[in-house]
Design a protein around this ligand. Structure first.
Ligand code: FAD
Length: 280
């Protein structure tokens, strides 16, 4: 493990002023790990358009390196262009460009714009101003036509101008290593950073994983489901995810992207165990 590995932390936009205060404190505490950037998600269908932009511009005012997630959702080009200009003027220089999903319950009310088209749109209107991250799926996107087709579409995002990718979370490192291998064979030569989801609440994780197509290995599921004490879940979660990160970094992963769920402790505990930072 070297100092050059890239760390980043992902937040979601809180709905309440208290949640927002907590987020700013979380951000300050996680700064101790010298992240390359923080990112703020974008509600499915653009449902958090103003909140995401507001949090991002607030954090930028404090000089923080921050990347808003962005998708077309149901919006037109003018709205997206407005957001891009707002971000550019605020000094934001990184965006996580996505297709996104429609909010649950709304079904397919509009044709979603594929991420490669958003990447091309951003490049067309803002040149090289933004470093563009896109999403990648080592266990393959749930709607993908096939394994190879999904990798082909990821390549399409890079061909359109993406600089690097952040993955969906996973607990099987072989899925990541195999995926990287297949991406390289398909001609992708840009970095693909593994997304890391700390395990703190197993019930929530299991529900979320079913929807996004992330597999929880059978042995891990069995153990987690047998626990009655939430502290046992956290303890095993820390052990398993720290081992996962170690294996990924030893196997050549260029860094780690943490899904923080706006909490300090779960990501900080893993990073502290990994001894990437001695500062907490
Ligand atoms: P795409 O890359 O466009 O792919 C979507 C699907 O269509 C895939 O199955 C792909 O194989 C297929 N496909 C791609 N291009 C084409 C094409 N040209 N023709 C036909 N099929 C195609 N969601 C949010 O709503 N907000 C967020 O902030 C958010 N952040 C995320 C961050 C990360 C790191 C990750 C991994 C996911 C995130 N998501 C977020 C979830 C993401 O929006 C969903 O997984 C969504 O279903 C796919 O988005 P995408 O950008 O990967 O889509």
């Amino acid at each position: 493990m070297t100092d050059s590995i890239r760390i980043s932390f992902e937040f979601f936009p809180p709905k309440t002023p208290d949640g927002r205060e907590k987020l700013y404190k979380t951000r300050a505490a996680l700064q101790a790990f010298n992240p390359e950037f923080f990112s703020v998600t974008y509600g499915a269908g653009g449902t958090t358009r103003e909140t995401t932009a507001d949090i991002v511009t607030n954090l930028r005012r404090d000089g923080i390196s921050i990347a808003p997630h962005l998708s077309f959702g149901g919006d037109n080009e003018e709205t997206i262009l407005g957001l891009l200009n707002q971000y550019k003027n605020a000094g934001v220089n990184r965006i996580v460009a996505l297709r996104g999903d429609m909010p649950s319950g709304m079904g397919a009310v509009a044709q979603l714009v594929y991420a490669n088209e958003l990447v091309a749109f951003i490049r067309r209107h803002t040149g090289d101003h933004f470093h563009l991250e896109v999403a990648a799926y080592p266990e393959i996107h749930p709607e993908a036509e096939s394994y190879d087709a999904d990798i082909g579409y990821l390549k399409g995002k890079f061909d359109a101008g993406a600089d690097s990718a952040l993955t969906q979370y996973f607990y099987n490192p072989d899925a990541y290593f195999y995926f990287i291998d297949q991406c390289q064979k398909a001609g992708i030569d840009k970095p693909i950073y593994p997304g890391i989801m700390p395990i703190t609440n197993y019930t929530n994780l299991a529900r979320f994983s079913r929807n996004c197509g992330a597999e929880i290995p059978r042995w891990l599921r069995q153990r987690m489901e047998s626990y009655r004490d939430p502290e046992d879940v956290k303890k095993l979660g820390l052990e398993v995810v720290t081992d996962l990160c170690e294996t990924l970094l030893e196997g050549g992963a260029p860094g780690l992207h943490f899904y923080t769920m706006n909490q300090v402790e779960p990501s900080a505990a893993i990073l502290t165990s990994l001894a990437i930072s001695q500062q907490l």
